[in-house]
Design a protein around this ligand. Structure first.
Ligand SMILES: *[C@@H]1O[C@H](CO)[C@@H](O)[C@H](O)[C@H]1NC(C)=O
Ligand SMILES: [Ca+2]
Length: 203
């Protein structure tokens, strides 16, 4: 099924796929360019694809092996890829493409995430931290490479939202009280505020 769908997509959107890293794997696509989240969503859609959503454990394994095989694993904490998940005004994360809640099947948040730094991290990226791939919430206005997939052939579909402007606004819902990131220094633990960590990375 995937094969038929992807051959159709390649045939129809061959030109647009020039924006993506060329791989023989035609289920996942890694962008070459960095865009903000809404532009990344649009770029996937213009190629007949959609931002990657991760609902089942098997999808995490498939995506990670794709990234490893083509040497596309995020190199450091600043080189993640946008995924389809966003924090809605109700404070909860949803996959934009399916309309379902993030974390209901697979839950792959990195330690200490989602941190919602400055109350403005409403978009999900896949990044690597301490040798582990997983999810982080990050500022939607920032440029990131992004991951697209062949649209899910079955299952729930999100309608999409009329207005995504809330992604650039503060949202203090589900605020963590005294949120602190544990750092693996010595046998005691040194704690840093999320705001200190982001002090050199203004948005
Ligand atoms: C992304 O960039 C476009 C074009 O500059 C802009 O219209 C849009 O609001 C931006 N989206 C976010 C989430 O910053
Ligand atoms: Ca975060």
């Amino acid at each position: 099924m995937y094969k038929v769908v992807s051959i159709l997509i390649i045939a129809t959107f061959g030109v647009c796929l020039g924006e993506f890293v060329e791989t023989p794997d035609k289920i996942y696509f890694a962008s070459k360019e960095a865009l903000n989240w809404t532009e990344a969503k649009k770029a996937c859609e213009e190629a007949g694809l959609e931002l990657v959503s991760l609902i089942h454990e098997s999808e995490k394994a498939a995506l990670e092996s794709f990234l490893r095989e083509y040497k596309l694993v995020p190199e450091d904490v600043w080189s993640g890829y946008w995924l389809a998940g966003i924090r809605h005004p109700d404070g909860k994360f949803y996959w934009d493409t399916t309309g379902t809640k993030v974390g209901e099947g697979l839950n792959d948040w990195l330690v200490g995430e989602p941190s919602n730094a400055y109350y403005k991290e409403h978009c999900m990226e896949l990044k690597q931290d301490l040798g582990q791939m997983g999810w982080n919430d990050y500022f939607c206005v920032e440029g990131r490479k992004y991951l697209c997939q062949v649209p899910r052939p079955e299952g729930p579909r999100g309608e999409g939202l009329r207005d995504y402007n809330f992604l650039a606004e503060e949202n203090r819902l589900n605020e963590r009280q005294n949120y602190r990131v544990p750092m693996p220094f010595d046998n005691g633990i040194i704690y840093l505020d999320a705001s200190e960590i982001f002090i050199n990375k203004p948005f």
